[in-house]
Design a protein around this ligand. Structure first.
Ligand SMILES: O=C(O)/C=C(\CC(=O)C(=O)O)C(=O)O
Length: 297
């Protein structure tokens, strides 16, 4: 259960995650996580739909150490709106071990985009979840997608399975690689051949440069650890698209109010969805390095 402090700010992550049994390969990247604040330095957006307690870079790096990861990709969370300062700060104090994905105001200037690039940003996120953002203007997002192409960036798109069909023309028009958060949130209880996974595979088959994060068993599988339905639905996806999958903790688990995910248990899902050392290396090292640290390839 999440806890709320005197200011009404919630903590949706556990302070004592278990130590995973699975040891990630050297150089493993947690490619989907966030930072919150610290608020005194980096206030939340007036439009924030949730107000979390501080979860800054120190806590992120302590978690990374405990879980056995070497790098992080920090995705700007909606509670910080389009002010990417908290994300940039975490990258700046990471000694080169973090990169990030920003959320931007569509009229952002080219100079500001260059500054984000210098600060370690390598992509822009378009969030279509109505509970998180007031509007998601597809025409303006497409202009942004065109303007980031020169930087070699990609876009990260977050939507739920019920709008996949209507997202297709928008996604087809994006001129840079696309990463879909949490597989577009399928109902994993339908199984690997259920309607949601079948539709999502068709989307992946429509372009060779659509990647996805095989993340968030905690959000997608209400049964909890060992997340059997998630594993059954997602393992075949990892095997079909081994070069286009990423993995992340989703720490500090925004909006997880009823059940606080145990990050150690989340890491232990990895060997169940990526069952060979080769698949694990692609998922945790080779793929995220190609997207976020291409210069090291
Ligand atoms: O971060 C996630 O993966 C999921 C989120 C929060 C979020 O995206 C945001 O605040 O920007 C969610 O489903 O509430």
């Amino acid at each position: 259960m999440s806890t709320t402090d005197a200011d009404g700010r919630i903590r949706s992550w556990t302070l004592e995650p278990s130590k995973p049994r699975f040891t990630p390969p050297p150089g493993a990247v947690d490619a989907h996580c966030h930072v919150f604040g610290p608020q005194a330095q980096f206030p939340f957006s007036p439009k924030a739909k949730y107000l979390p307690q501080d979860a800054g870079p120190d806590a992120l790096f302590a978690l990374r150490e405990r879980l056995g990861f070497a790098r992080n990709v920090i995705v700007q969370a909606s509670c910080h709106g389009t002010d990417n300062a908290a994300t940039l700060n975490a990258i700046a104090v990471s000694n080169g071990t973090c990169r990030g994905v920003a959320v931007v105001d569509p009229p952002i200037s080219d100079v500001e985009l260059d500054e984000l690039h210098a600060g370690g940003i390598r992509g822009v996120r378009f969030n279509f979840l109505k509970r998180l953002v007031d509007d998601a203007p597809k025409d303006k997002f497409l202009e942004v997608a065109q303007r980031i192409a020169r930087l070699g960036w990609h876009v990260v798109v977050y939507f739920e399975a019920d709008i996949l069909e209507e997202m297709k023309p928008f996604l087809a028009a994006i001129p840079v690689p696309i990463v879909i958060d949490h597989m577009g949130r399928p109902d994993v209880r339908q199984g690997p051949d259920g309607a949601d996974m079948t539709a999502f595979r068709a989307l992946l088959d429509s372009r060779a440069d659509i990647w996805t994060k095989v993340t968030c068993p905690d959000r997608l599988d209400p049964a909890g650890p060992p997340y059997a339905d998630f594993v059954a639905a997602v393992r075949p996806l990892v095997e079909s698209y081994p070069d286009r999958v990423l993995w992340g903790t989703d720490w500090p688990h925004p909006n997880m109010e009823t059940v606080l995910p145990d990050d150690g248990a989340l890491v232990d899902v990895i060997p169940a969805i990526a069952v060979t050392a080769e698949l694990q290396h692609k998922l945790l090292v080779a793929n995220p390095m190609r997207l976020y640290w291409p210069e090291e390839g």
